[in-house]
Design a protein around this ligand. Structure first.
Ligand code: LLP
Length: 437
């Protein structure tokens, strides 16, 4: 996913390595998020603990809104990145819409106070019940991913006596140059309708009485760190838009994605304003500047706004590797195990240059060798120390599981110097409440 391989030695953690936009800072040698020392949160709430900066989230959301200021545009936060209700409420209050991919995410968005017409529904496997519920709620658009889905949606809308707003998700066959598991716009991916079949798909939509075509949609992947794949996808999409409109179907909006990457290990993705500066220039140059624009960012809003605090349980020196065993594991932080992802891991007390460090594999208690959080990390650690795994705001808590019957961790939201528990730590019993004897 990044230039770093899990076995590559990592640089020593220091102030320079705190990711931009994270609202993390060393003060008096202690790691703070905004005005709160993380050590005090670990003491108060225990570990593993996810901590988010409200200001970091709002800054990032504003960065997206400002990138599209002056345009007819809607920023739909992709709930899958982090679906905690308190964060969704923040996003709704900040004027964001939502990108959902399941009935569960729809209910969360509604519970968080989302305006239904600002919700777009993506995903290849929407169930009939989910389609029905989304129509009932009055969502803004279904991003339809196959002809079969179009037929089903039209039939359901017909039964309900309404019309379904749609855009067709087009697969532009562009290489986002990211991890294969999170690349979504290549021919071999399950997503969307191929570029070659898109015109026929819109002609098919025109024959279905209960569909209302609103726009076109395209998404090429996630953790994209350069603008070139976006520009390539946009050119291809605009070719299609022109052809589809020439065929007689007006397209009011373009939902254009590709998740912008974040700094996990020194990546320098363009800021939303820089990326969209380039994209809007292309849209304008080709005469599409007035079109409504929808974007679906997830990771770039919450990713660097969150950290996971984890305590060192014990140190185990082996013949070939040294293990730093911590109380967070692949069930809480699944990205390293799933994608060999590299997250910075720093102690809560600043490690000054020259501090003697040993090289550790930071691993969790889960009974799998794949349960690691970072490999080859130079750290000066003792049992009982607390470490912060950085860039943990996106695709960590939302992908967390209870594997090994480990209860889900707690979450805290920091606002300046005040803190709020937004998810209580589960007890083991919470996890079995729906199980029957
Ligand atoms: N819209 C659609 C249609 C998507 O498929 C995705 C992400 C997004 C929006 C949000 O993209 P973002 O801005 O977050 O990059 N679990 C993986 C990431 C999977 C992303 C899948 N789709 C990870 O931890 O890296």
């Amino acid at each position: 996913m990044t230039a770093h391989h899990e076995d590559a030695p990592s640089p020593a953690p220091n102030a320079a390595l705190l990711p931009a936009g994270s609202h993390l800072a060393w003060r008096g040698g202690q790691l703070h998020v905004d005005d709160v020392p993380l050590a005090s949160l670990a003491r108060e709430h225990g570990t593993p603990l996810f901590v988010y900066s409200q200001a970091a989230i709002l800054d990032a959301a504003r960065g997206w809104q400002e990138a599209l200021a002056g345009r007819d545009a809607l920023v739909c936060y992709a709930i899958k990145a982090n679906s905690s209700l308190a964060l969704l409420r923040l996003m709704a209050q900040a004027g964001c819409g939502f990108d959902i991919v399941s009935g569960g995410e729809l209910e969360r968005a509604l519970a968080a106070g989302a305006a239904p017409e600002r919700i777009v529904f993506s995903g290849v496997g929407k169930t009939r019940a989910e389609m029905r519920r989304a129509l009932e709620a009055g969502i803004g658009c279904f991003n339809v991913e196959s002809l079969a889905e179009m037929d089903e949606l039209s039939a359901i809308a017909g039964e309900m006596g309404c019309t379904a707003p749609i855009s067709v998700r087009v697969n532009p066959d562009v290489d986002a140059r990211t991890h294969p598991y999170i690349s979504t716009g290549l021919k071999g991916n399950k997503f969307g309708i191929s570029h070659a079949e898109a015109r026929a798909a819109y002609q098919h939509a025109a024959t279905l009485p209960w569909l209302r075509v609103k726009g076109i949609d395209c998404h090429i992947g996630s953790q994209i760190t350069e603008s070139a794949p976006y520009l390539e996808a946009l050119e291809r999409l605009l070719d299609l838009v022109e052809a589809i409109e020439a065929d007689g179907t007006p397209l009011a909006h373009i939902d254009f994605g590709g998740g912008l990457g974040i700094d996990y290990a020194g990546e320098q993705p363009p800021a939303p304003a820089a990326l969209w500066g380039e994209l809007l220039a292309r849209l304008d140059a080709r005469g599409h500047g007035q079109r409504r624009i929808i974007v679906e960012p997830g990771r770039s809003i919450v990713g660097n706004a969150g950290v996971c605090l984890t305590s060192v349980l014990r140190l185990k020196e082996g013949e070939t590797r040294n293990f730093c065993i911590v109380d967070a594991a692949m069930n809480d932080l699944p990205r390293p195990a799933l994608y060999q992802a590299w997250h910075r891991i720093v102690p809560l007390t600043e490690m000054l240059p020259g501090t003697p460090a040993r090289v550790w594999d930071v691993v969790g208690p889960v009974c799998e060798s794949g349960d690691w959080i970072g490999k080859n990390r130079p750290l000066a650690v003792q049992p009982g120390d607390v470490l912060a795994v950085l860039s943990a705001g996106a695709y960590c808590m939302s992908m967390a599981s209870r594997y090994n019957s480990r209860p889900l961790p707690a979450e805290v939201l920091v606002d300046g110097s005040s803190t709020r528990l937004i998810r209580r730590r589960e007890a083991p019993q919470d996890a079995w409440q729906h199980e029957l004897p």
